[in-house]
Design a protein around this ligand. Structure first.
Ligand SMILES: Cc1cc2nc3c(=O)[nH]c(=O)nc-3n(C[C@H](O)[C@H](O)[C@H](O)COP(=O)(O)OP(=O)(O)OC[C@H]3O[C@@H](n4cnc5c(N)ncnc54)[C@H](O)[C@@H]3O)c2cc1C
Length: 399
């Protein structure tokens, strides 16, 4: 990727226009720079091919693991405990090059590790988190079901029935990222006894848990989503997340990971913008680079404004997170805003590439497609708007 002119930090692309990376400590800037180098050198050259074939680049996982960014913000056993701001900027960096790889990390290091970190006992954190932080165990997060997405808190139908020292799970899940190859899947199910949603760590190979890969996606094709069926799946009580006694616990995980998606959306927009900017400097029409035309500059500046505004909101929310002050409505505002601006930005990026905007080789087309998934997962724009709306009016407008 070509930098803009006049960047504020030696290693920082000038699409960080207001220098948000200057907020990081030296050590965290160095980590961000390693992530940037890995994504640019190892991922960008090969990712379009994986995207076309809808396959996951398993051979890149050891390199990713070495970066030490799984569960970056968590302070559980073996976790890096590096803070929410650098975690957010790393998420942005991953998606700036490829939103699928950003999603892979978000599901494993955010949703799956986060469920164990925030909802597990000390013993459970010690049992799973160190190997997950090293990416020797990969996690998935099974909440959404074929018949219920946005209404999952009230409508979750997968059941969990206590049977002695075990639980018996029955039901189905849909859209579960990483599931087909994950070593463990967090399954959220409703206790038939008290009606509350509880979390279970279901390990690979457990009898009765079947996967079927979701084919023919038009977005995030590298992410391996699967439908899961659970038929009399027996899970020991020791695998039930001990601190998750209601959907409130699930929501605590989602509050944090929703911020990661807000960051990923800013990254997706930023990547598309940078590719578009580079293209407009190289492409000539009427004997001049198209970057010299006022209407093209107008779109470029609007893209940069969107990226900068989304980043600014996310920075502040991550600072609140570090101070223990992040509320659901903060994360929802950031997720809704960042994804709306992302969708607008990738559209403009495609526009300035003309016909080439729909060719994968110029990368922007992949960002346009992938943006559609980021826009809808971890709470649609409508759901996140309703969460903010309820907070500012005191009126719930969900039904
Ligand atoms: C690529 C991808 C990866 C995913 N990964 C995972 C994963 O790893 N784990 C997991 O558990 N889930 C995952 N999901 C699921 C994701 O979280 C859901 O798709 C999302 O929550 C929306 O649910 P839905 O698709 O069922 O849409 P629906 O809930 O059916 O919504 C359809 C439309 O109706 C609107 N709507 C619904 N209710 C209202 C209302 N009250 N008011 C106004 N509008 C409303 C929605 O906003 C949306 O526009 C993934 C999804 C995708 C696309």
């Amino acid at each position: 990727m070509t930098d803009l002119e006049g960047h504020l930090l030696e290693d920082s692309p000038a699409s960080d226009f207001l220098g948000f990376e200057l907020l990081l400590e030296e050590e965290d800037r160095s980590l961000l720079s390693s992530v940037r180098a890995f994504m640019t050198r190892e991922v960008e050259p090969v990712i379009n091919d994986y995207w076309t074939r809808a396959e996951f680049p398993h051979d890149l996982v050891p390199g990713l693991a070495k970066l030490g960014i799984a569960g970056l913000a968590y302070d559980g056993p073996g976790c890096p405990a590096r803070g929410a701001l650098v975690d957010g900027l790393v998420n942005m960096e991953m998606s700036r090059v490829d939103p699928s790889m950003g999603t892979f990390l978000g599901v494993h290091g955010g949703l799956a590790m986060g469920s164990i970190q925030l909802c597990g006992s000390d013993e459970q954190r010690s049992r799973w988190l160190p190997a997950m932080a090293r990416m020797e165990l990969i996690g998935a997060f099974g909440l959404t079901e074929p018949d219920v997405g946005s209404a999952i808190s009230a409508g979750l139908a997968t059941s969990a029935r206590r049977d002695g020292d075990d639980w018996i799970l029955n039901g189905a899940k849909k859209w579960i990222g990483n599931a087909a190859f994950a070593d463990l899947v967090i399954i959220w199910a409703r206790d038939t006894d008290d009606g509350e949603v509880k979390g279970f760590v279901v390990e690979k190979g457990t009898e009765g848990m079947e996967f079927s890969k979701q084919e023919d996606k038009i977005a995030l094709r590298v992410v391996q989503n699967a439908e899961i069926t659970l038929t009399d799946v027996r899970v020991p009580e020791t695998n039930r997340l001990q601190e998750a006694d209601s959907f409130r616990a699930t929501a605590n995980v989602l509050r944090v990971t929703r911020m990661s998606v807000a960051w990923a959306a800013a990254g997706c927009a930023r990547g598309a913008f940078e590719h578009a900017l580079r293209y407009t400097k190289q492409r000539e029409q009427f004997g001049r680079p198209i970057a010299s035309f006022q209407m093209v500059q107008d779109l470029l500046v609007k893209m940069l404004s969107n990226v900068t505004a989304a980043t600014a909101m996310n920075v502040r929310a991550s600072q609140l997170q570090e101070a223990g002050l992040l509320r659901d409505e903060h994360a929802s505002l950031c997720k809704a805003h960042s994804t709306v601006r992302m969708r607008e930005t990738v559209g403009w990026a495609r526009e300035v590439l003309g016909g080439n905007g729909i060719l994968l080789e110029h990368h922007v087309g992949r960002f346009v497609a992938d943006a559609e998934a980021l826009y809808s997962y971890e709470g649609t724009r409508e759901m996140n708007t309703l969460i903010v709306g309820r907070a500012i009016t005191g009126e719930s407008a969900f039904v």
